[in-house]
Design a protein around this ligand. Sequence first.
Ligand SMILES: Nc1ncnc2c1ncn2[C@@H]1O[C@H](COP(=O)(O)OP(=O)(O)OP(=O)(O)O)[C@@H](O)[C@H]1O
Length: 258
Amino acid sequence: MLEVQNLSVLLQKQLLLDDISFVLNRGETLCIIGESGSGKTTLMRSILGLLPLSEGKVTLNGELHQSPKRHQTGLPATQLVMQDPIAALNPHQKIKLSISESLYHSSLNKRQIDHAIKQALRDVDLPESFENRYPSQISLGQAQRVCIAKAIIARPNILFFDEPLSALDAIIQKQIAQLLQRLKNQNNLSYIFITHDLGFARHYADKILLLNHGNVEEYQDAISFFKAPESAYGRDLLEAAHILGSLPSKPIKEFQAA
Ligand SMILES: Nc1ncnc2c1ncn2[C@@H]1O[C@H](COP(=O)(O)OP(=O)(O)OP(=O)(O)O)[C@@H](O)[C@H]1O
């Protein structure tokens, strides 16, 4: 279980995050939503140990991992998948080498690493032969699958995603979303998504954390949030999404079953 308690981040005399708390249980999906500049990326980076906390703490299964007094070590058993898969991969490295970087600290020997890479590619429905390609030789959707393979090969408990679908077209978005759902169910993974896509959050989130200017505006289960947001800001956000057509009035059955 990941527990974030009273987390605050002060950078350059600016309070970017103020007293953020939430809990993520094994197998749950949390979507962090909020307008641009509300602090979503800053929150993710501070949880991952990429930014120092000024207050609060982050524990994983009861063990302290981040606090103002503690040197930032980074959370073990977590992996991050970014928005732009091509930018996330080194253009000069074969896919095989990129994926193997996630096993840098593992005790596996070369034969075991080779086997794990092939398995990770199969897990994301890519042919094993892709290991010998360069990023310029694969499509955007395939590159995002490679990034997911790179994330899951280390057998994490928690995966963080920063807008992982926004660079992809609708059909590929749906395929990747279904792949993530399958991997989550197979491995009992926990997911934290940063997303502007409320339709996606409605289909996939168990919990919603709505940020507004670095504060938690709402933290509640997704069904309740989308049925009746507690805050005026939450209601405004859903109303805007309905007007723009980015939030269908009914959940899509096929997505839910995926
Ligand atoms: N290293 C930093 N130093 C100072 N201020 C920062 C730093 N990183 C981010 N900020 C500021 O923190 C605020 C929140 O930024 P953040 O990127 O977390 O927002 P966001 O919700 O992820 O936005 P978006 O949806 O556009 O990605 C912004 O005002 C930004 O300028």
